[in-house]
Design a protein around this ligand. Structure first.
Ligand SMILES: *[C@@H]1O[C@H](CO)[C@@H](O)[C@H](O)[C@H]1NC(C)=O
Ligand SMILES: *[C@@H]1O[C@H](CO)[C@@H](O)[C@H](O)[C@H]1NC(C)=O
Ligand SMILES: *[C@@H]1O[C@H](CO)[C@@H](O)[C@H](O)[C@H]1NC(C)=O
Length: 394
């Protein structure tokens, strides 16, 4: 062969090889890195026991990644506590952030805590809803028991409401959305699951917010399937300040107890703080609410709602919240009704906003499938106000 044919061929070959290596090498690199990480990651689930399970998770989570990411559950990574353990933030090697709920060693010995822990796993593997914090997996290892959740960037509703700067970020329309989001999750649990589920611990502590300030129900440690054939779906549970009043004289927990707790949270979102005394007035002397105006109880850290729509949405949300807080469980609306009303709540407001009292909202008619036992009408206000009436007739 002549040199002047060899040179172009060699050059072509060189360019070809260079091109190939440019295209292929990164993949080889990735492949090597991949096999390196899987060498660290893969044997874990088998090595550490059989009960390490990951549900529908798009990345890989390895036990040791989690231990490394939290420096063996160091307090610095702790972002809160829940019914039976601490919650940690963990950034996995793939960059994904998850939340971990770890059962404390001491509590792991307690059968009651371990039971709620297993209960939560069981519940969450059966349910999936856009407003319920997703369970990615769990580890029930002898040495360490934890659940792996979707991470909620903004933390709990109670913390956001307690922080003045963050509370201001939670504008009126966002607050109405938060209430709507929670109502959807509860409506799903009560009405759309094959076996209805009672959450039994709805409180602002157990509602988490993501970056877009959308709300998610969290913490199913106390939840139960509602079994209509069992006489004892009972056992006391819940958070002080959110527990339905009937639970002081009965142990019969129904979905209307969740409805009550939802009412407290909804009112808390509008007021910016737990309604406290107002709940006592609602159950013991509703007539005293005649002089309490809705506009006076709203969170003063926000400017009063300005647009007509917003005002109406707030009136509707407040009306539903008060309906949920009715003393008689049967006269509370269902979560299905509440969530539907929150979505479809366009009715003209026939009265000026500052003139609407809580008593009127409490007495306004909620058309429900259940029997309604409205409170005696104590006010002699003119009847022209229909803004919060849900009756279909004009
Ligand atoms: C929360 O509620 C708002 C208003 O209904 C809705 O636009 C938003 O998509 C909801 N977010 C989620 C995660 O469901
Ligand atoms: C009620 O609960 C008790 C204690 O948890 C249990 O022993 C009993 O079998 C239960 N009864 C029914 C009817 O489920
Ligand atoms: C108010 O609500 C109506 C009816 O849903 C809607 O068409 C309109 O765009 C809303 N206006 C504002 C300012 O949101």
């Amino acid at each position: 062969m002549h040199l002047d044919t060899i040179i172009p061929i060699a050059m072509c070959l060189a360019i070809f090889i260079a091109l190939i290596s440019f295209i292929v090498l990164p993949y080889i690199n990735m492949f090597l890195k991949d096999s390196a990480t899987s060498k660290e990651g893969d044997p874990i689930p088998t090595k550490n026991g059989d009960i390490f399970s990951i549900l529908n998770f798009d990345g890989r989570i390895a036990y040791e990644d989690i231990i490394k990411a939290t420096e063996d559950f160091d307090i610095r990574y702790c972002i809160g506590t829940s019914s039976y353990g601490s919650v940690y933030r963990a950034q996995l090697p793939n960059g994904k952030v998850v939340a971990l709920k770890k059962l404390h060693q001491r509590e792991a010995q307690e059968p009651a805590f371990y039971k709620s822990f297993r209960n939560e796993v069981k519940m969450l593997t059966e349910i999936r809803h856009k407003n319920i914090v997703k369970l990615h997996g769990f580890c029930l290892h002898r040495r360490c028991k934890f659940l792996i959740y979707q991470y909620m960037e903004r933390g709990s509703l109670i913390c956001v409401l307690r922080n003045d700067d963050e509370a201001v970020e939670l504008e009126w329309n966002i607050r109405v959305n938060v209430i709507t989001n929670i109502s959807h999750a509860l409506s799903y649990l009560h009405h759309d699951c094959i076996r209805p589920i009672l959450d039994r611990d709805i409180s602002s502590k157990n509602i988490l917010l993501n970056l877009k300030l959308e709300a998610f129900v969290f913490d199913f440690g106390n939840s139960r399937f509602l079994d209509p054939y069992s006489s004892n779906h009972t056992v006391f549970a819940g958070t002080y300040g959110y527990i339905a009043p009937e639970l002081t004289y009965t142990i019969d927990v129904t979905e209307k107890c969740d409805v009550y707790s939802f009412g407290v949270v909804a009112l808390e979102v509008l007021m910016g703080t737990h309604p406290g005394e107002l709940l006592t007035s609602l159950s013991s002397s509703p007539s005293s609410l005649q002089n309490v105006m809705l506009s006076d109880i709203l969170d003063t850290r926000l400017l009063p709602p300005r647009s007509k729509n917003l005002t109406l949405n707030i009136v509707v949300a407040a009306t539903l919240a008060l309906g949920c807080l009715r003393a008689k469980p049967k006269s509370r609306p269902t979560m299905k009704f509440v969530s539907q009303q929150l979505v479809a709540c366009q009715r003209p407001l026939l009265k000026s906003f500052p003139a609407i009292s809580l008593l009127e909202l409490l007495n306004s008619e909620l058309e429900m499938e259940n029997e309604i036992e409205p409170l005696p009408k104590l006010s002699s206000r003119p009847a022209e106000y229909h803004g919060s009436s849900f009756k279909q007739n004009p």
